[in-house]
Design a binder for this molecule. Structure first.
Ligand code: ATP
Length: 350
């Protein structure tokens, strides 16, 4: 159900295209700063997308352009097929936006605030009560609806921000660091809440908490210096940026013997990390090799047949998203250096 009236002859939610968000060659300059430097991407309906990048990469600026709060210097951003710049007011009503450090009126009660927001969002009067109940229920705020916002914990306030964002049942939700400063319990609650929107709304979240992004998002876009440096599912990004395979083995026996066994398989199999031994004498050892060739089976057979070693478990270990992020953003620094050299600017930098 959409509360939005189609007052123009622009497409409605029913005939909106497959991609709810389309960005093409978007640029935003602040004086000499290229905050957003020619980014293009598309997001399919109902997907949850993580927007990652170091501080100052251009995430908030991109989000603000998508919401119609900032104007792009050039390029196009479309929501449900409609260019944002063509009708920012209309777009604002199709988007739920939760900015970074979401400012809330601290003196209002939760329900009172949502009532006011429902009016601002032009939800028809007859549907407001229902919309508020749904938002309160989805964000587990029914118990807190009569409490003063200023007296709520940070986690509850973030939930009020999300309730506001979903209130008008928008096509797109944009959240700038929704879990910043929350304790791990609250992070899990907000993560589950965001995951529950999958399929119903298209969601873009920016965050520096990478495991959270990995758990919640279908697609990830990594930006740095205003440019996209990586894009895809977590598995696709690993495939692009991680150039080694890691195995974790729990083993009893001397590490020297393990090294000898490894070199009989491939001299490049290296021990990366060794934990302390547990009381039973087992240690967890991380073994790494460059490239994507799978050594799992040979490793298992060799260790199981080695009389001096007793393996207890073996598994291949996925690289954390943090490694992908670091590799993607490091790569772009190198590209920037190359650009400077190409432009003959390296002397100015040094
Ligand atoms: P963070 O993770 O720290 O929130 P971000 O990726 O969201 O960073 P942006 O806030 O989009 O980055 O900023 C991108 C660049 O644009 C930065 O260099 C920032 O200083 C600059 N910038 C952003 N807004 C303005 C503004 N209103 N005026 C001038 N420069 C700005």
């Amino acid at each position: 159900m959409s509360y939005l009236r189609n007052t123009t002859n622009q497409p409605s939610q029913l005939d909106s295209p497959q991609h709810t968000i389309e960005v093409e060659q978007l640029h935003k300059r602040f004086g000499k700063i290229n905050a957003v430097d020619g980014i293009s991407f598309k997001v399919e309906k109902g997907q949850i997308v993580g927007f990652l990048g170091p501080n100052g990469a251009g995430k908030s600026t991109t989000m603000r352009i998508l919401t119609g709060y900032n104007r792009a210097s050039s390029g196009i951003a479309k929501i449900c097929g409609i260019p944002v710049a063509a009708d920012p007011h209309f777009i604002k009503r199709r988007i739920g936006y939760m900015p970074e450090n979401n400012p809330l009126p601290l003196e209002l009660r939760v329900r009172e605030y949502l009532k006011w927001r429902a009016k601002v969002k032009e939800i028809p009067f007859s549907q407001r009560r229902r919309a508020i109940e749904t938002a309160l229920e989805s964000c587990d705020l029914l118990r807190a609806q009569d409490r003063i916002i200023g007296k709520l914990s940070k986690g509850f306030r973030q939930r009020v921000g999300i309730a506001d964002a979903i209130l008008a049942n928008p096509d797109v939700i944009i959240m700038d660091e929704p879990t910043i400063g929350l304790d791990p319990h609250q992070v899990i609650l907000i993560r589950d809440l965001i995951a529950s929107l999958r399929g119903r709304m298209t969601v873009i979240i920016s965050s520096h908490i990478l495991p959270e992004i990995e758990m919640t998002c279908d697609q990830i876009i990594i930006i740095n210096h205003g440019k996209i440096v990586g894009q895809g599912s977590p598995a696709e990004l690993r495939d692009t940026f991680i150039d080694h395979t890691t195995y974790e083995v729990e083993i009893h026996g001397s590490i020297e013997k393990l090294k000898t066994a490894l070199s009989s398989i491939a001299p490049e199999l290296q021990i990366e990390k060794t934990s302390e031994r547990c009381p039973q004498g087992f240690a967890t050892v991380e073994i790494q090799i460059k490239g994507k060739r799978d050594y799992g089976e040979r490793l298992f057979q060799t260790l199981a047949n080695c009389p001096d070693l007793r393996p207890r478990s073996l598994r291949s270990k996925m690289a954390p998203l943090e490694d992908v992020f670091l590799a993607a953003t490091r790569r772009s620094w190198e590209e920037v250096d190359q650009e400077l050299v190409a432009n003959g600017e390296e002397q100015a930098v040094n």
